[in-house]
Design a protein around this ligand. Structure first.
Ligand code: F6P
Length: 328
């Protein structure tokens, strides 16, 4: 029998991403629209364990659609990974009369949700929010588009100084296990080489390609490296390796880091977050649970949370070929 949903809790969990605020706003206001109570849980699962929970209304989320970060704060909770921690979380769930949970985050956050649902039968809907775009079941995660443009604009700026000084730059972008930011920002900024975790280019091939670029008249070059690239070397070691083999090049390293996680969300991320937030609440009202909402061919779709966690999210290999062709 369907349980009537009277109160929904929303949280952001894991690494923050631009657009999370727009998603929170959409969840809260959809609750208001359907006359359902809404509470915000601060600092993700850790806040649920500690009872860091506040009522939310339409005005609690005024003027946040354009803001980066998350007004609900975020955390990676190791305590929630323990049975004891989840028991405390459930006690607060009951204490605050919460009927269902919307979790905005990445696969670690969804894994926590699946376990919580199995143990306590708590209805949960996941909204994919991570700059990495590495979630199966959606073409875009909230924050990815903004991070991509932040990375591309930063690389554009590095290009200016690289070409002024005729230097070779290694630019590290985020993406522990995924090359979406590296590949797309790299193509957008015209990087000569792009190293991603999904494809081992091989150091010799990279070197050969940089030498070819040099012979063809390029006086400066940019190599974009995803954090988790498979060369077995970090960005400084890569730069050293090339320096030893191409002493004619003046080489610099730049790590973009957390700048990619901040900033005002792009219009795409705001609209995506709004659509996903509305659908998440409507699914809970319809008695659904254990689903992730996502975007596919501009349609909002659902995928089971378990599949979203386990499914393999692949980069489009055609982009590698495109990059090779357009940067000769
Ligand atoms: O998952 C998002 C992400 O920004 C990754 O790209 C990066 O590897 C990681 O989070 C960094 O996490 P933290 O902010 O906890 O160091």
């Amino acid at each position: 029998m369907k349980r009537r949903i009277k109160k929904i809790a929303v949280m952001t969990s894991g690494g923050d991403a631009p657009g999370m605020n727009a998603a929170i706003r959409a969840v809260v206001r959809t609750c208001v629209y359907y006359r359902i109570e809404c509470v915000g849980i601060f600092r993700g699962y850790q806040g649920l364990i500690e009872g860091d929970i506040e009522p939310m209304n339409a005005r609690s989320v005024s003027h946040i659609v354009q803001k980066g970060g998350t007004i609900l704060k975020s955390a990676r909770s190791s305590e929630f990974r323990t049975e004891e921690g989840r028991k405390k979380a459930y006690e607060n769930f009951k204490k605050y009369n919460i009927d269902a949970l919307v979790v905005i985050g990445g696969d670690g956050s969804f894994t926590g949700g699946v376990v919580f649902n199995k143990e306590y039968n708590v209805p949960i809907i996941g909204i994919p929010g991570t700059i990495d775009n590495d979630i199966y079941g959606t073409s875009h995660t909230i924050g990815y588009d903004t991070a991509l443009n932040t990375a591309m604009e930063a690389i554009d700026k590095i290009r200016d100084t690289a070409s002024s000084h005729k230097r070779l730059f290694f630019v590290e972008v985020m993406g522990r296990d995924a090359g979406f930011i590296a590949l797309n920002a790299g193509i957008g900024a015209g990087a000569e080489e792009i190293l991603i975790p999904e494809e081992d280019l091989g150091l010799d091939r990279m070197l050969e390609s940089l030498k070819r670029s040099r012979r063809s008249g390029k006086s400066s070059s940019i190599v974009v490296v995803a954090e988790g690239d498979k060369s077995g070397k970090n960005v400084y070691e890569l730069a050293n390796y090339v320096e030893q083999n191409m002493p004619e090049y003046d080489i610099r390293v730049s790590i973009l880091g957390h700048i990619q996680r901040g900033g005002s969300p792009s219009c795409f991320d705001r609209v995506l977050a709004s659509r996903l937030g509305v659908r998440a609440v409507e699914l809970l009202i319809d008695g659904e649970s254990n689903l992730m909402v996502g975007l596919n061919n501009d349609v909002i779709t659902t995928t089971s949370l378990e599949k979203a966690i386990k499914g393999q999210c692949v980069v489009n290999k055609e982009l590698i070929r495109v990059s090779d062709i357009v940067t000769v």
